[in-house]
Write a protein that binds this ligand. Sequence first.
Ligand code: SAH
Length: 218
Amino acid sequence: MKQLTELSPMERMIRQQVVERGIRDERLLNALRSVPREKFFLRETQNEAYADRAAPIGHGQMISQPYMVALMTHRLDLRPEHKVLELGTGSGYQTAILARLAGQVYTIERVKPLLDEAFERLMELGIRNAHFRYGDGTLGWPEEAPFDRLLITAGAPEVPRELLLAQLKDGGLAVLPTGPEDDQMLVEVRRRSNTLQTTDVCPCRFVKLIGKEGWEEC
Ligand code: SAH
């Protein structure tokens, strides 16, 4: 095995932050390898793209820590035929990873300039199975529902039940952070007909999900 010092920053991140923390799924690791994370950073912070933390992307929003992206993606258990809804496009980094592993990805962002930049980045990477919408993601994307998987990358006060019961397939899976701003939990929610079964994954910290089934705009 190569010494850590011989590895590129990206390979070092994958080994130290993802593999050594227990995520060894090769399909997922290869998806991480195929997306240059620095392209999703502001110019002034690009040298921190492989650091073990979240980073600002402007408009008060953050790109998630690499391990959190890997963990959420792993928990989603994606297959090539899956149709995925993502709320909180942000930089588009997580969207790009989802697009490598799923069939079609529908992503919604409420900050228009972030959505536009994310769209440009994915176009540049040649990703054509991601679809972008501007607006309140908690309303979902009714025209494309139902979805096999749903990922929310901003924290809601509670599980958005109405959205999940209306737009997630029966047997489908959602991964999202919930709870008060300073005490969030990443949860996995399985829909079984009209019930939602919630399992805690780990404590986490995300920016607020703002919208009908999220927090009120202040
Ligand atoms: N996955 C992103 C992280 C983005 S941070 C990345 O890897 O870069 C969360 C994003 O959710 C922010 O950009 C914020 O504007 C957005 N957001 C918050 N509430 C939203 C809502 N109701 N609908 C869509 N996007 C929302």
